[in-house]
Design a protein around this ligand. Structure first.
Ligand code: SAM
Length: 248
């Protein structure tokens, strides 16, 4: 059936590819891929020969004419990202809006997502969670973002680049305090899959003392504020943050 299919793909293990995902991609008149070279391996592995074009999201960019034309002609288009579920810290939001506004159907083909996989094994409450995606790279903006989350009671889910994970945990110790529980979930579905839960200060130590923990793909899950916790006023929090910065 005509429309735009949002297709989830594996986050490291090709065995996680869904049957419906394979079928939709095989049948698609056009595949819009975040990175066509990256996706070539996946498509080849599953014998998918549909034509693929790149789709990136730069603010204000319109859907490539080929996508619009294919849908208008009654064809099907499938959107995939490099890994996992498109639109989750990946491009596609504008495309979905634009395609819906043009009166076409948008259909989810659900599957792997690093945030959901991490939540399912982290051992922290999952009845409520808040997905925060990537923290800002700059220290000041990152501290501000964390400060805004300090009273959040739901579990917090972050994606983090391996070369920034130690810094991010250090900043979290400063803002959330050393005792708040957190979980490093690394390389899910891959050879070096790791799930390590500890109080923030300890988790920071674990990551700093072992360079291997600063490699690969990482999700951090941080416990929400305890019901019993007293939140610090902004001045005290800033003072603690400054003290934490002085710590080795
Ligand atoms: N759309 C993807 C999804 O559904 O999870 C996320 C894309 S985002 C650009 C990439 C980030 O997801 C990585 O930097 C990492 O934080 C997380 N990630 C992806 N695959 C992962 C894996 N196998 N293990 C741990 N984290 C992963």
């Amino acid at each position: 059936e005509t429309g735009l299919y949002i297709v989830a793909t594996p986050i490291g293990n090709l065995g996680d590819m869904g049957q419906r995902a394979v079928q939709v991609l095989r049948d698609a008149d056009l595949i819009a891929a975040e990175d066509t070279r990256h996706s070539a391996r996946l498509l080849q592995h599953f014998g998918i020969e549909s034509p693929a074009i790149p789709y990136h999201e730069h603010s204000g960019e319109r859907a490539p004419a080929r996508i619009v034309n294919t849908l208008r002609d009654g064809g099907t288009v499938a959107l995939i990202s490099d890994a996992g579920t498109p639109l989750i810290s990946d491009p596609g939001y504008r495309l979905v809006r634009e395609v819906q506004a043009a009166g076409h159907k948008v259909v989810a083909i659900p599957g792997p997502c690093a945030a959901i996989a991490a939540l399912s094994v982290c051992g922290l409450p999952t009845d409520r969670f808040r997905f925060e995606g990537f923290l800002p790279a700059k220290a000041g903006a990152r501290a501000q973002r964390l400060q805004d989350l300090v009273d959040e009671a739901a579990s917090l889910v972050f994606y983090e680049a391996p070369h920034r994970v130690a810094d991010a945990l250090h900043a979290m110790v400063g803002v959330f305090g050393p005792e708040r529980e957190a979980v490093l979930v690394r390389e899910i579905t891959k050879t070096f899959e790791t799930v390590h839960r500890a109080p923030l200060a300890e988790l920071h130590g674990f990551v700093v003392s072992d360079a291997n923990q600063q490699k690969g793909e990482i999700v951090l899950v941080v416990a929400g504020r305890d019901q019993g916790d007293v939140s610090l006023d902004a001045d005290t929090a800033r003072l603690l943050e400054r003290i934490a910065e002085e710590l080795p």
